[in-house]
Design a protein around this ligand. Structure first.
Ligand code: UDX
Length: 459
């Protein structure tokens, strides 16, 4: 497994737990040294324990020597990063450098498997690179995209909806099917395609999932202004088998290392192949605008700049159960609030350190390890990540500790009537009265706890 990151470590540990001998390789010698000592470079629930178990069984080891690590390999997975380039396409330099790093050392019958999310045609290009570095001795390159969600990656590996393998010859497809037999014999569908189709499946899947999220965020906006309840609308449409209930939860806009990057890459792929993707291009803009819109909802309510206000952000990870902050809503919303004259405090159960690194030392954010000290004296509190810590927090205590009354729940963790009974002016997404009424109630209430009529709904 070349690349000891979110995908490589999880996939490597899971393959080891199936009884295979796995070596996780990384060019970062410090990361390999840490892993040898059992120090985890990432937070993924259950991964640390799984790795300890696999290492004890002798099925998992680590190395920084890419050549030696593949010398006796049957399968060499490339699970390196494929970040966005400035024009939204993807940077394949890590894939190419990993391919060149293994080319001379691969046994002739090894199969190279691209696990990284790569644009259509990459497997073929990598096969050419490797063969040219081996004086024409060809090596098969397959595509095996992952569908792991951070925070549930181990379960997503073991209980995958399907295993997609792109192979351009029968023998490779058979070898890959044999590799995944411990999963397919449990009934997980094995989908054998061409490499290009497998590469397109990955992008199309993520683009469609992101589209569902963008759509429900737009529906939430209609509900707010029409006095509807997006939870009821999501339930009503999600029961249609053709739509399904998943990924219909409104939020502050999708983040993470995949959806933002993959939607941009999908749009760029469309342009490259003369088939522009206007739906996805619009989605990308809507998603960025949503983060700006929600930041301005907070600024609108806090009133004109100049009156020094403090806002506490609860949650900077791009979603719960991960320490990953890449393209999280908080990274966009915090600077907008600060430009609006607001002092920002922040808390996150797992992602404080990565967020501090990403925001930079001079970011001017006051970090707190305890959520109640974080909200103490705040004029407003905004929940951006759906951590259970926040779902379970004591709203009465939060209301008592705050200086102001505004709770912005951008993950719809609470029932409006529960929040309001603690004297909070509760702003959520797509529920209770629309924004216009809320603003009127706020203005009439002079900023005090406004009685917001809760639309009759099964909240
Ligand atoms: C995603 C895909 O789900 C996974 O299949 C692929 O392999 C990698 O990319 P991930 O990025 O880890 O996984 O997280 P995911 O759970 O998909 O959430 C992505 C973003 O969408 C997060 O910011 C999340 O908060 C947001 N989201 C998700 C919503 O706003 N609403 C939802 O209903 C679901």
């Amino acid at each position: 497994m070349i690349g000891a990151g979110y995908v490589g470590l999880t996939t490597g540990a899971c393959f080891a737990s199936l009884g295979y001998n796995v070596c996780c390789v990384d060019i970062d010698e410090g990361r390999i040294a840490d892993l040898e000592k059992g120090i985890m470079p990432i937070y993924e629930p259950g991964l640390a324990e799984l790795m300890v178990e696999s290492r004890k069984a002798g099925g998992l080891r680590f190395s920084a020597d890419i050549g030696a690590s593949v010398a006796d390999a049957n399968f060499v997975f490339l699970a390196v990063g494929t970040p966005s380039t400035t024009d939204g396409d993807i940077d394949l330099s890590f894939v190419v450098s990993a391919a060149r790093g293994i080319a001379q050392h691969l046994p002739d019958n090894a199969i190279v498997v691209i696990k990284s999310t790569v644009v259509a045609g990459t497997a073929k290009a990598v096969a050419e690179i490797i063969s040219s570095d081996r004086a024409g001795r060809r090596i098969t390159v397959a595509s095996n995209p992952e569908f792991l969600r951070e925070g549930s990656a181990i379960a997503d590996f073991r209980n995958a909806d399907r295993i997609v393998v792109g192979a351009d010859d029968e023998g490779t497809a058979r070898s890959m099917k044999e590799l995944y037999r411990p999963l397919t014999e449990r009934g997980i569908p094995f989908v054998a395609t061409s490499t290009i189709d497998a590469e397109l499946i990955k992008y199309a899947a993520n683009a469609f999932l992101a589209l569902k999220i963008g759509f429900i965020n737009d529906v939430a906006n209609i509900c707010e202004n029409a006095g509807g309840d997006v939870t009821a609308v999501a339930k009503g449409i999600g029961l249609d088998q053709r739509i399904g209930p998943a990924f219909l939860q409104p939020g502050p806009g999708f983040g993470g290392s995949c959806f933002p990057k993959d939607t941009r890459a999908f749009a760029a792929t469309g342009k490259r192949f003369g088939a522009p993707q206007p739906l996805i291009e619009t989605l990308i803009n809507c998603n960025e605008n949503r983060k700006n819109d929600l930041a301005h909802r907070i600024l609108e309510v806090l009133g004109a700049r100049g009156q020094a206000k403090t806002v506490t952000i609860l949650g900077v990870a791009f979603k719960a159960e991960t320490d990953d902050v890449r393209e999280s809503a908080a990274l966009s919303i915090i600077p907008i609030l600060q430009r609006g004259g607001v002092s920002v405090r922040a808390h996150d159960p797992k992602a404080q350190a990565p967020a501090r690194r990403m925001l930079g030392a001079g970011a001017g954010v006051e970090w707190h390890d305890d959520l109640y000290t974080a909200v103490n004296g705040a004029d407003a509190v905004a929940v951006l990540t759906e951590w259970d810590d926040y779902r379970r927090m004591n709203l009465s205590r939060v209301a008592d500790l705050m200086n102001g009354h505004h709770l912005f729940d951008f993950r719809n963790l609470f029932k409006p009537e529960k929040a309001i009974c603690h004297g909070l002016v509760y702003h959520s997404l797509g529920r209770a009265v629309g924004r216009a009424e809320k603003m009127k109630a706020y203005a009439q209430g002079g900023g005090g706890p406004a009685l917001i009529e809760v639309a009759a709904s099964p909240l």
